[in-house]
Write a protein that binds this ligand. Sequence first.
Ligand code: SAH
Ligand code: SF4
Ligand code: F3S
Length: 450
Amino acid sequence: MKERIISSIRPIYKEQSPKLYIETYGCQMNVNDSEIVAAIMQKAGYSITRDIGEANVVLINTCSVRDNAEQRVMGRIEQFGAEKKKRPSLNIGIIGCMAERLKERLLENRIVDLVAGPDAYRELPKLLETTASGQQGINVLLSRDETYSGISPVRLDKTGVSAYISIMRGCNNVCAFCVVPYTRGAERSRPPGTILDEVRELADNGYREITLLGQNVNSYRSEEMNFSRLLAAVARAASGMRVRFSTSHPKDMGVDVLETIAGYDNICNSIHLPVQSGSTAMLQKMNRKYTRDEYLQKIEKIREVIPDCSISTDIIAGFCGETLDDHRHTLSLMETAAFDAAFMFKYSERPNTRAARHFSDDVPENEKIRRLTEIIDLQSRLSLASHAKEYGQTVEVLVEDVSKRSENDLCGRTPQNKTVIFPKNHYRAGDLVKVKITEYTQATLKGETV
Ligand code: SAH
Ligand code: SF4
Ligand code: F3S
């Protein structure tokens, strides 16, 4: 590892608490991880700043899931490099999934001082001591048991309404396209007692909604309970708060979970169930472990047990060997499932995944884009139809914030996870408000309070 001479750069540390700026990319779990990092760093004497200009340490919490996610961070590192030229004492750390994937390669550009993988955050203060003495620091060890239980995340979202709770880490599935098992390591579940403690702490602090997070929450397992029992226990501990969870893997989504959702008023009727493709051949190649028909049966079961449940999904266009026929199967599955919302991506080959090792990334880029556009256009129609059903209805909205578009409006979500915008009046973030829907687009609902 290269050593760098940054001489005596930290007199400021001795006089006042050093300031940390964190920037987060990627999924909800990364958002929650940044809050865990903030807690660890605060305990070590750092204060959190939103102003890069006054930061002594910048940590970029990164995502590797698609190439463009990595490219954005690479661009950002260059920008921080320019800042560091002006202020050589600035320490720059890369944490999260790119840190795990690229390891010491990230230190080669001489901008980055520190690299820490997703299981190494407790070591961050120590690593920063190394960098303070002018050396580069790295820890990318993955753990079998780290769940950061016992660390109370410092909530970086200041609205104080909705909070994430990670209930597990890592992933034991090997979906052929996916880098996550390599960047996050083996699956492990957090003990339920510490999860319930966190729920109660959030309730005491006035939070109104919690979202349980894991790459595959349905495979949650502790000595005491499986996911449906945990969900029920959380719903009881969170009475008065809304409960959500993400993500569910279709292969593990059992009727017990559906019955639990149906059995508790405060568990939101909304399920994110990534399908990835509507072609059984593609699903098999992706190693998803369910067929098109099995997926559609799950959808039917959801609609039977929870009739007003919204269902969202993830779709990948142009995976290895995807034919036009496979693609049409995806479109037809989308129509049949009538998804309320979807996150849609074109396939991006990730180094060292099963797909990268065994299959050829052979759908031409322009064809991937064409298929993705078709998928997005179809979902726009489906989302519009899903919103049309709300027209004239009165829905319950948990107010989250002021609308991005207008200061006179508030925005929040229905239990089905649909965004609603309505006039502010005397309402505030955290209120539960009844809103009659008077307008809609494929992206949002608009209405008047009743
Ligand atoms: N654990 C979650 C998904 C995590 S990644 C699950 O199993 O559903 C989020 C989404 O990114 C995936 O559902 C998939 O649609 C997409 N994705 C993952 N790897 C990708 C890749 N190599 N190219 C394009 N999209 C990808
Ligand atoms: Fe990736 Fe599959 Fe694990 Fe989801 S379940 S994180 S897509 S390997
Ligand atoms: Fe990205 Fe890592 Fe999440 S790769 S999607 S930040 S688990």
